[in-house]
Write a protein that binds this ligand. Structure first.
Ligand SMILES: Nc1ncnc2c1ncn2[C@@H]1O[C@H](COP(=O)(O)OP(=O)(O)OP(=O)(O)O)[C@@H](O)[C@H]1O
Length: 313
């Protein structure tokens, strides 16, 4: 296991920021940590990294107690915090070099790593400019360069795409994919559900300081939503309206359970309905259909079901 956390708890005065979190993360996993504002995500990351001391509970990272990590373990961990971790007055090059030195890199290895980290985030051409002159997206990318310059085995990223332009965002997402494909273990928090869905093979949902769902993305979605939507593709909007009329007339579903989106009929199945049975009855109506299928519920629906909140308030 790369990370093993057992029953972590942390309160700030009366606020129970983290109220009993256990996590086991294996090598090469890309884990998305999701939760509404104040769910305890950042505090959990800080506890994992030993940056905040737990009231109770234990964390082992790379097999070592996170409060007493060896230099070797420290060098295998990268952290991209929510706040900027660079000096605005210094150039991108000087900032990344500073972090590379902290991680113990020297001479040729240092020069190569700094160049790689700046090229990786597309900042090499601007390396000599002060960080404060960078756009918001470039500053986020510089933060990432600082966190990955030592090629960590474990990378923890706390909302690395907050407030960036779409181009930088795509660049950041591609970087994370490349790191993941290279074998790094990644823990990634984000408010953007699509990012988690696009990047992560596992999702951990937190609410009120607790883990409310944890597992493979598909399984978490399947287990935590009873929303089931059937889509009937028809040749035209008229055909879709006609199909809906027929479904209602034969009493297969109630009006509130149907919708038309262009030439698609959207059917929301009641909890006790059987997909195959409904499909058979729809087909028996002899409608002109191009296809019939089930729409996968989104992580957004799961999140809403579990926490009663939208991710972006
Ligand atoms: N240093 C601190 N002092 C006092 N309260 C804190 C501190 N750090 C966090 N908290 C509180 O603990 C709770 C959890 O905060 P945390 O930052 O871990 O949540 P989060 O899920 O990361 O939220 P966000 O998505 O807004 O970053 C919040 O109520 C927060 O106000």
């Amino acid at each position: 296991m790369i990370i093993e956390a057992e029953d972590l708890r942390k309160s700030f005065k009366a606020t129970k920021a983290v109220a009993g979190v256990s996590l086991a993360i294996g090598e090469g996993e890309t884990v998305g940590l999701l939760g509404p504002n104040g769910a305890g995500k950042s505090t959990t990351l800080n506890l994992l990294l030993g940056l905040v001391t737990a009231d109770t509970g234990q964390v082992r990272i790379l097999g070592e107690d996170t409060r007493r990590l060896s230099d070797e373990a420290r060098r295998a961990i990268g952290f991209v915090p929510q706040e900027y971790a660079f000096f605005p007055e210094l150039s991108g090059l000087a900032n990344v070099t500073y972090w590379a030195r902290l991680y113990g890199l020297r001479r040729r290895a240092l020069d190569t790593a700094v160049r790689d980290a700046l090229e990786f985030t597309g900042l090499w051409d601007r390396r000599k400019d002060a960080a404060k002159t960078y756009s918001g997206g470039m500053q986020r990318r510089l933060n990432i360069s600082c966190g990955i310059v030592h090629n960590p085995k474990l990378l923890i990223m706390d909302e690395p795409t907050v407030g960036v332009d779409p181009q930088s965002r795509n660049h950041i997402l591609d970087s994370v994919r490349t790191l993941s494909a290279g074998g790094a273990t990644i823990v990634y928090t984000s408010h953007y559900m699509e990012e988690i869905q696009a990047l992560c093979d596992r999702v951990v949902i937190m609410d009120g300081g607790k883990v409310v769902a944890d597992g493979a993305l598909e399984k978490v979605i399947r287990d935590n939503t009873d929303e089931r939507v059937v889509l009937l593709e028809t040749p035209s909007p008229e055909a879709a309206r006609d199909a809906t009329d027929q479904i209602l007339r034969h009493g297969l579903l109630a009006a509130a359970e149907t919708d038309v989106e262009g030439s698609t009929v959207v059917l929301r199945l009641p909890p006790d309905a059987d997909f195959n049975d409904l499909a058979a009855r729809v087909l028996a109506l002899g409608l002109t259909l191009e296809s019939i299928g089930e729409r996968r519920p989104s992580l957004e629906t799961v999140f809403l079901t579990l926490t009663g909140k939208k991710l972006r308030d």
